[in-house]
Each structure stands twice: as structure tokens, then as C-alpha cells.
Design a protein around this ligand. Structure first.
Ligand SMILES: Cc1cc2nc3c(=O)[nH]c(=O)nc-3n(C[C@H](O)[C@H](O)[C@H](O)COP(=O)(O)OP(=O)(O)OC[C@H]3O[C@@H](n4cnc5c(N)ncnc54)[C@H](O)[C@@H]3O)c2cc1C
Length: 373
């Protein structure tokens, strides 16, 4: 039976980025259910880096990833993964807010109309976050997998974990094709399937909940949109950004609870997206060029989970990356690798408290509640 130090379940950005960090030091295998890594959430994102997104703890991981994404080491990639875009947060009520330390400033009406011509009068307040950028997600994911393989890691696609059991101080892992593997550590980087994978390993699920999000590529009767900033309603009812000269990527900011699956867009969510878009700008909508949906998976407190399970030895969580798994991937992988290997963290994350993201927070909080009640 083939033996590994670490088997990572899931070949999306989470598994690939963590694998790239550890493969040089441990015999590591990534197993991926699908024929191709990146088929699920990673291949369906809106592809932006937005520091204000996800709250202050996530913002630290996003900010710590910036240099890596902008200026990767030459042996990782020959060019950066970011393309400057900027974001405009609009509001029809209170001023939009961003977490402390995130660069942003208020816009007056003339500036707003210059950046988003045709914006409806009801959007009376706006904030610009100039640091927002597009991420070359396919290039980044491919670079992580390339580094993983170069460091000695192996990727097995069409390989679905069906069950894993503790055996002689490690794991015996059964795959859907009937074969089995042995590993000292199982890493759960299974995205929307993080809880089912834990369950299949005899580990108590954490309540990682997949939520469907819809994206629409819309053709509109207006040109010059390619470099349009990301425009989002600070109350969370839509966002859109320029795609082609006359097209945008639009989302109704939906978050629909669902079982893990190959997510597809629903007509009603596409219609909602268009309705909200028409309430944002006066651009004539011509047609839907394409639409897709993906699952963003959240832990109960909406923070990602990096660390060993507190109850079952050798089971490591790398899950709950919500809507920020791409933009945080470089720093998150370094933080998770330090916990996985029991080593000092890389300098880019040494100022970030890893216990904020550790799975034991879910077992600690009921006890804290007991003390205070
Ligand atoms: C519409 C949308 C927009 C988004 N926009 C952004 C954005 O702009 N910026 C950003 O940073 N993030 C964004 N995200 C979030 C980001 O895409 C996710 O956080 C990230 O891709 C999660 O990566 P992952 O590797 O955890 O999951 P996935 O990419 O889903 O990978 C998990 C993998 O595990 C595999 N797997 C599951 N079960 C098993 C098993 N039993 N055995 C083997 N393999 C298994 C699956 O096949 C899958 O490939 C967006 C997400 C969506 C859906």
C-alpha cells in the first residue's frame, strides 16, 4: 500500500497552496475527486483581491498576501498575479465602512459619476478603495500546483476519499476506485465537502456550510467598461466589475444554503441580479452572455479554519475559506503550513495570531459561555 506523510484531500486553491508549502519537507499527495483540480469553487470565483472583504481578521491574511501576489519569487512565476482595478463601495444610506488600516476615501458626487458614469441618483454616498485588484486565479492555482510537483509532491485526480480510519498511529484511506493509501496526516481541504470528508474520517464536523453564489456576464449598451472599478452595494445586494468593453461580471451577492454539489445558477438569481443592476446604473441590459455559480463555504463564525482537530490526532483542517480563499491563499498557506509542520511561521504571517483560525475555538466557546452565564 502506498505510504505518504501527508494526504491533502482537495486540489483547489486551498489544497494546492498548502501542498506547495509542505511538499519539500514531507512526502505529500493531493487527492482530487474530479478529473481536474480547480473544478469547483476555485474555478468559479469573481477573481478579485479586496482588502476590506471578510472583516478585520481576514483582512490581515489578505494584506499579508499582497506582496506575494504582486511580486512573486522568480522561481514561482515570471510575473505578478494582480491587475489594478479599484473598488467603489456605494450606499443609499449610511457611509460605507472598511476595517481599520484599509486604504479608502470618500468620493463626492462628481468623482462618483466620473468613475461610474450612469450611476443612479439614489446612491448618495460612496467610498473608493484604490487597492482592489483582479487576480489571475488560473495562473496562481497552476503556479501553486507547479511548485508542489517540483518540490516532490504528487497529484492524483479522479481520486475521491470515501473513508479513512485510524490504524497504527496513522490513517488508512479508502478511495472510490477501491484502492487504499496510508498517511500519517490527513488534511481536509475539501471546500464545500469539508464536513462530509471529516465525517468520513470519523471526525466531528464543524458546521462548515456551503452557500451558492451566482455570477452573470452581462452585455450592456455602453462601452469603455473593461477597466470599470468593482462597484458594490455596501449593504450587500450586488456587485459588478468591468469585463469586456461592453460587458460586466455581475453578482446579486446571493448566499443560498445548499448541500455540496456541482453548483449551477438558477433563473431567479440571474433575474434578481439584473434587476439590482438596473437599479444601480442606467445602462441598457442587452443579454446574458454566460452565467455560473459556485459554493462559498463558511464556518459558523465565518472565519477560515486552519489547524489540527482537537479530538482526533492527525486530522488537519484547511477549510471555510468563504469568499476570500483566493486572495488570502499565499498567507493562509504559510500560516497553515507552520501549524501542520510544527514550525515557526514565515515572516509574512508572523504577526498574525494563528489561534484565531484554530479549530479548537469551536470547542472552547461553549465552555467560555458556561463561565459567563
Ligand atoms: C461566485 C464566487 C465568487 C468568488 N469570488 C472570490 C474572489 O473574488 N476572491 C476570492 O479570494 N475568493 C472568491 N471566492 C471564494 C473562493 O473561490 C474560495 O474561497 C476558494 O476557491 C476555496 O478553495 P478550496 O480549495 O477550499 O475549494 P475548492 O476549489 O472547491 O476545492 C475543494 C476540492 O475538494 C475536492 N473534494 C471534495 N471532496 C473530496 C473527496 N472526498 N476526495 C477528494 N477530493 C475531494 C473537490 O472536488 C474540490 O475540487 C468566490 C467563490 C465563488 C463561488
Amino acid at each position: 500500500m502506498t505510504e505518504f506523510d501527508i494526504v491533502i484531500v482537495g486540489g483547489g486553491i486551498a489544497g494546492a497552496s498548502l501542498g506547495a508549502e509542505v511538499a519539500g519537507q514531507r512526502r505529500t499527495l493531493i487527492i482530487e475527486s474530479e478529473t481536474q483540480c480547480g473544478y469547483h469553487a476555485t474555478g468559479r470565483s469573481a477573481a478579485f483581491w479586496l482588502e476590506s472583504y471578510g472583516g478585520p481578521d481576514v483582512a490581515l491574511l489578505t494584506a499579508a498576501s499582497r506582496d506575494f501576489l504582486e511580486r512573486p519569487a522568480p522561481d514561482f512565476a515570471d510575473r505578478g498575479f494582480l491587475h489594478a482595478r479599484g473598488a467603489v463601495h456605494v450606499s443609499d444610506g449610511d457611509w460605507p465602512e472598511v476595517p481599520p488600516g484599509v486604504g479608502a476615501r470618500r468620493l463626492d458626487r462628481a468623482e462618483l459619476e466620473q468613475l461610474v458614469p450612469g450611476i443612479r441618483p439614489r446612491w448618495t454616498r460612496a467610498l473608493i478603495e484604490p487597492g482592489c485588484a483582479d487576480i489571475d486565479v488560473a495562473g496562481l492555482h497552476a503556479a501553486f500546483l507547479r511548485q508542489f510537483r517540483r518540490a516532490g509532491g504528487t497529484v492524483a485526480t479522479d481520486s475521491r476519499l470515501t473513508e479513512a480510519r485510524r490504524e497504527s498511529g496513522g490513517w488508512r484511506i479508502a478511495l472510490a476506485d477501491g484502492s487504499s493509501l496510508r498517511a500519517a496526516v490527513v488534511v481536509d481541504a475539501a471546500g464545500a465537502w469539508a464536513d462530509p470528508v471529516a465525517d468520513a474520517c470519523g471526525v466531528r464536523p464543524l458546521g462548515i456550510a456551503p452557500k451558492r453564489r451566482t455570477m452573470v456576464q452581462l452585455r450592456v449598451g455602453r462601452s469603455g467598461l473593461k477597466e470599470l472599478p468593482l462597484v458594490d452595494d455596501s449593504a450587500g445586494s450586488f456587485y459588478f466589475k468591468g469585463e469586456g468593453d461592453c460587458s460586466v461580471w455581475l453578482s446579486p451577492h446571493d448566499e443560498i444554503a445548499t448541500d455540496p454539489c456541482d453548483a449551477a445558477p438558477e433563473e431567479i438569481d440571474i433575474a434578481t441580479a439584473i434587476d439590482r443592476f438596473e437599479g444601480a446604473v442606467d445602462w441598457p441590459v442587452e443579454r446574458v452572455e454566460r452565467s455560473w455559480a459556485g459554493l462559498r463555504s463558511f464556518a459558523p463564525d465565518r472565519l477560515p479554519v486552519y489547524g489540527f482537530d482537537p479530538d482526533v490526532p492527525g486530522f488537519f483542517w484547511c477549510a471555510g475559506q468563504g469568499g476570500f480563499g483566493i486572495q488570502t491563499s499565499p498567507a493562509a498557506a504559510k500560516l497553515a503550513a507552520a501549524a501542520l509542520l510544527g514550525e515557526a511561521p514565515d515572516p509574512i504571517v508572523s504577526q498574525i495570531d494563528p489561534t484565531v483560525f484554530a479549530p479548537h475555538r469551536f470547542t472552547l466557546s461553549p465552555q467560555l459561555d458556561d463561565h459567563t452565564s
